[in-house]
Design a binder for this molecule. Structure first.
Ligand SMILES: Nc1ncnc2c1ncn2[C@@H]1O[C@H](COP(=O)(O)OP(=O)(O)OP(=O)(O)O)[C@@H](O)[C@H]1O
Ligand SMILES: [Mg+2]
Length: 313
């Protein structure tokens, strides 16, 4: 069965949230499916935490609907909340107790969490060998993993983690990726993680939603995003008269010519078009002193979509 044929595990429909005059989340809609790791990507202040807090029940949307595992958050709050697990801020834990004891105490909050399930989540997050040590002896990465174990105890259908890679080194990020992939692909959990770093989202996720200024700008698979970012390329053409070259090229490539300097201009075209572009210039009497392909990274594509990245309030 393809992703799209399954019932979504989380549905966000036309959700809006304002704080005073500030619209933190502006008419956002998207679905997340069982078995996928969805990355919620946006710069600081984009609205990621606000959406996550609404889904996790910390506060209500002003408008719109949130459905978790088929339960409307508004009309079936308890069933909706029972279907979700997550970490928004640092998980509370008793530092002098072992990870296993912490999980046993936390398990009392939920019905039907067995000793076997505790062993299972400890295994899933790779802490079985250290489970009987007090949490205060844990590294930051291990503390985050025990938080993850806690969030997974009651077998949630949706797992939500706000910026889970904060403070993790590259090895920690890969380990987290493996754990989340296992949750999604093997246990069928719908996983949503947020981050402001595309490189981290790219490592962990199957699909991304890009948000800025409270608006969802794009939603696509990581593969489509990579292809899209790579399909158009910026070339820097060196010529003795860039203004004239611009005139010649603008008939066909209007809006795609920029940075016209003393002896260069930049043009954003598809790779197949560069030959024709150079031929047009030569045929019209322009001299070509050089053509350079400028590397554009995925990170730049992301910054372009979000309008330059850092959002100044
Ligand atoms: N409780 C609040 N009261 C007032 N304004 C808020 C509140 N929470 C968030 N905001 C505002 O809403 C906007 C979105 O904030 P949010 O925390 O959701 O962004 P974010 O994408 O999580 O950013 P970051 O990457 O920095 O964590 C910001 O302008 C923020 O200042
Ligand atoms: Mg945030």
């Amino acid at each position: 069965m393809s992703e799209q044929e399954k019932q979504p595990a989380l549905q966000i429909q036309n959700v809006t949230k304002t704080f005073g005059k500030k619209t933190a989340v502006d008419n956002v809609s998207f679905d997340i499916y069982p078995g996928e790791v969805f990355g919620f990507l946006g710069p600081n202040g984009a609205g990621k935490t606000t959406i996550i807090k609404m889904v996790m029940g910390f506060f209500r949307p002003d408008n719109g609907t949130i459905i978790i595992n088929g339960f409307n958050r508004k009309t079936h709050y308890e069933a909706a909340m029972a279907s979700i697990g997550g970490i928004v801020e640092n998980p509370e834990m008793y530092n002098s107790l072992s990870a296993r004891l912490n999980l046993q105490m936390y398990a009392r909050l939920h019905e039907g969490v067995t000793k076997e399930r505790i062993d299972e989540v400890l295994e899933l997050v790779g802490l079985t060998d250290r489970a009987d040590e007090p949490v205060k002896k844990y590294s930051l990465g291990m503390k985050q993993r025990i938080g993850l174990a806690q969030a997974l105890l009651h077998r949630p259908k949706v797992l939500i983690l706000d910026e889970p890679t904060n403070g993790l080194d590259p090895a920690g990020i890969h380990l987290l990726r493996d754990i989340l992939t296992q949750c999604a692909h093997e246990e069928g959990v719908a996983v949503m993680v947020s981050s402001h770093l595309l490189s981290e989202i790219q490592v962990m996720c199957d699909r991304i939603g890009i948000i800025n200024h409270g608006k969802l700008l794009q939603i696509c698979s990581i593969d489509d995003f990579v292809n899209q970012a790579q399909s158009s390329t910026v070339y820097r053409i060196k010529t003795s008269d860039p203004a004239k070259a611009k005139e010649i090229l603008s008939e066909k490539y209007n809006n795609r010519i920029f940075n016209v300097n003393e002896d260069t201009l930049d043009i954003e075209i598809e790779e197949e078009q560069i030959n024709e572009c150079v031929r047009t210039l030569v045929a019209s009497g322009s001299d070509i002193l050089g053509v350079q392909k400028l590397e554009s990274s995925l990170e730049e594509a992301f910054l372009e979509i979000t309008g330059g990245g850092v959002h100044v309030e």
